[in-house]
Design a protein around this ligand. Structure first.
Ligand SMILES: [Zn+2]
Length: 215
């Protein structure tokens, strides 16, 4: 199967899976995939992740210019910023997932490392997750905030909005997104209960062994 055809079907299948599991609702959330020729497939603006038509997914050239399909998501600046700063990124997923948003509005979180180290996989799949401020929907400054991280983070959490995760391919980006939302949920479940988090030596051991983004 041609790379582009397969990617279109993979985007629709994963989008529906995440929608059906309640990871994002309504017409929120968006997905992009960078093909080997540098072009981007992007979920269209205003579309529901539960009902994407593979044939209507937006195709953008390597400069981000719309070539075919429906118009792309208004949150393209987020996606572009990850592709520009992380050469290894093959896919970006952004959702408005409930527990992640809840965590983003708490007063006492560590903005530089917003997810506490609860499980090894949370550390391994995401690296250190940065909490970024609130931006108006579609504000290009969102992209500038991601660019400001200089490609050192694979995942960010937009305050009062939701998480954005880049992966080497779509599967990796979705797996990381699932881990982010689960870790946010666990964090809320354990809040105020003095949980036994992984200690610094355990986190450093994971970072070294699995070559995790931890700057
Ligand atoms: Zn959004």
């Amino acid at each position: 199967m041609r790379e582009e055809t397969k990617a279109r079907e993979d985007i629709a299948r994963w989008a529906k899976s995440m929608f059906d599991r309640g990871l994002t609702g309504g017409s929120s959330g968006n997905i992009s995939v960078r093909l080997s020729n540098g072009t981007l497939l992007v979920s269209p603006t205003g579309s529901s992740m539960g009902f994407l038509d593979p044939a209507k997914i937006s195709l953008l050239d390597e400069n981000g210019v719309h070539m075919s399909g429906d118009a792309p998501t208004k949150e393209m600046p987020l996606h572009q910023a990850f592709y520009e700063t992380r050469k290894s990124a093959g896919a970006v997923v952004h959702l408005h997932s409930c527990h992640s948003v809840a965590l983003s509005v708490l007063p006492d979180v560590d903005e530089d490392n917003v997810l506490p180290p609860i499980t090894a996989y949370g550390v391994m799949k995401l690296g250190k997750v940065k909490l970024l401020p609130f931006f108006m929907p579609g504000d290009p400054a969102m992209g500038d905030a991601v660019r400001g991280l200089l490609g050192k983070r694979a995942a960010v959490l937009l305050a009062n909005h939701g998480p954005v995760v880049a992966g080497k391919d779509l599967n990796a980006a979705v797996y990381a997104m699932e881990e982010l939302e689960e870790t946010a949920k666990l964090t809320l479940m354990c809040k105020g209960m003095s949980p036994n988090l992984l200690n610094t030596a355990q986190v450093n051991g994971l970072v070294d062994k699995f070559n995790i983004d931890w700057d």
